[in-house]
Design a protein around this ligand. Structure first.
Ligand code: URA
Length: 209
């Protein structure tokens, strides 16, 4: 079973409170989402494997460590996931970025993928799917489906705010992936919003309504 971790570093919690505030404007919201994503990337990358490498310092030759694992692909779920990409790239600048776009069918309410653009050879890469909100879990499940269908084996899902309903659904459907959130909130309301949440993450990031 993959892990489910709440990343409750004090800086993450503090910044999350800033963006929950309805008076936080677009510019500050965008900035702070990226800051949280960067801090989360630090925690999410904690289990990356290392290998020994010889390095000649100005003083001596030493055996030290370098990253040995799979190359990282950040995969934002459009559109709100885009808000987390730059923050993660600050820490993992060599990461590639794949994109997944999904829309919700008005009648069935089911998500459908309309755009998937990935680097090659997903099986040899570590995929980090990002979406600020894990609500029903529908889009997250479809995003993992889309990556597995294309050969991905190592997948992490990183969100800012999760609803218990979404965590349960995602972990039931994809028990092998690791799920990280900055907060596990109370519940989903009848309109599909996480409570207390932070509202519509995409609208708040991009200043739309
Ligand atoms: N998507 C959002 O942007 N916000 C929610 O509360 C739920 C889903």
């Amino acid at each position: 079973m993959g892990k489910f971790e709440i990343l409750d570093h004090p800086l993450i919690q503090h910044k999350l409170t800033i963006i929950r505030n309805e008076n936080c404007g677009t510019r500050e919201f965008r900035q702070v989402v990226n800051e949280i994503a960067e801090l989360m990337a630090y925690e999410v990358s904690r289990d990356m494997p290392l290998e020994d490498v010889e390095v000649k310092t100005p003083v001596a030759v030493a055996t030290e460590k370098q990253l040995a694992g799979k190359k990282v692909v950040i995969v934002p779920i459009l559109r709100a996931g885009l808000g987390m990409v730059d923050g993660i790239l600050e820490l993992i600048p060599a990461a590639k970025v794949g994109h997944i776009g999904m829309y919700r069918d008005e009648e069935t309410l089911q998500p459908h993928e309309y755009f998937v653009k990935m680097p090659e050879d997903l099986g040899s890469r570590e995929m980090i799917i990002v979406d600020p909100m894990l609500a029903t879990g529908g889009s997250a499940i479809m995003a993992v489906d889309a990556l597995k269908k294309r050969g991905a084996k190592t997948i992490k899902f990183v969100c800012l705010v999760a609803a218990p309903e979404g965590v349960k659904a995602l972990r039931e459907k994809h028990p092998d992936i690791d799920v990280y959130a900055a907060s596990l909130d109370d519940h989903l309301n009848e309109d599909g919003y996480i409570v207390p949440g932070l509202g519509d993450a995409g609208d708040r990031l991009f200043g739309t309504k």
